[in-house]
Design a protein. Structure first.
Length: 262
């Protein structure tokens, strides 16, 4: 995702990391060392973790640099100063209200600012989903959104020129235990049809046996991951014309200024 920044000419002065704990900070700090970073987290616990990770020793010169990160909660209003870049790495598929989240992104950005994000696509863990269906078990996870539908969400929120891309990855694991350990690190099961009780050790053994039966000739398990990438621009606002229309001074300035290279 950071490699895609090579195609962006705009140098942001303020960067918002949406759910900073999911990664991106080091790459952004290296590429935009003078940019002010605002980290938005979904919970107070993650806010505290990001604050501790960003804390610098008293002797570090970076304490007085513009790029020293701030931390906000996801539940607060957008930052008072609009950003030129909003960065969201692998979090949109966890949002319980994706349209509202994308609308919040739009509000956080300045005109000509852009959003860059990644998330899981619908082919992620398709082998595991097929196994659960065959066994008659509830889904192992909620359904992920197709990239074309995400592009529609961006347009509906007001973004312009959305560009969507995806890649298919196949990861292999030495054992069912290794696979399940990584899946726990990726997050929980947010499906509304998941089981509501705790699973038993016998169920866990059955799952591992079924997974092992899917191993290839080399004894390794394979799982598919579809990674969706997207970016879009916040355009100059359009004023809806009526018999009488009012335009603020700031809107007028945005509409008449010359577009910058991006």
């Amino acid at each position: 995702m950071a490699d895609k920044l090579d195609f962006i000419k705009l140098t942001p002065q303020r960067v918002v990391e949406w759910w900073g704990f999911s990664g991106g900070g080091p790459a952004l700090a290296e590429r935009y060392p003078q940019a002010e970073r605002v980290i938005v987290e979904p919970t107070a616990a993650l806010q505290q973790r990001s604050r501790e990770a960003a804390r610098l020793p008293w002797w570090s010169p970076r304490r007085w640099q513009v790029g020293a990160p701030q931390v906000l909660l996801d539940s607060v209003e957008p930052p008072p100063q609009a950003a030129q870049l909003l960065w969201s790495n692998m979090m949109l598929h966890w949002a319980d209200d994706a349209p509202a989240t994308v609308a919040r992104w739009f509000d956080c950005l300045a005109v000509d600012g852009f959003v860059m994000f990644s998330c899981f696509g619908p082919d992620t863990l398709k082998e595991l989903r097929a196994l659960y269906r065959r066994l008659g078990w509830p889904a192992p996870g909620h359904e992920f959104t197709d990239m074309h539908n995400i592009g529609d969400l961006l347009v509906e929120a007001g973004f312009a020129d959305p560009v969507m891309d995806m890649e298919q990855l196949t990861l292999t694991y030495a054992s069912p235990a290794a696979l399940l350990e990584e899946l726990r690190g990726l997050g929980g099961n947010a499906s509304g049809t998941r089981g509501h009780g705790l699973c038993t050790p016998r169920w866990r053994r059955r799952l591992e046996q079924e997974l092992q039966s899917m191993a290839g000739a080399d004894g390794r398990l394979s799982m598919s991951f579809e990674i969706v990438y997207g970016h879009a621009l916040k355009p100059v606002p359009r004023v809806r014309m009526a018999e009488q229309s009012s335009v603020s001074l700031e809107q007028m300035r945005q509409m008449v200024r010359k577009p910058r290279d991006r």
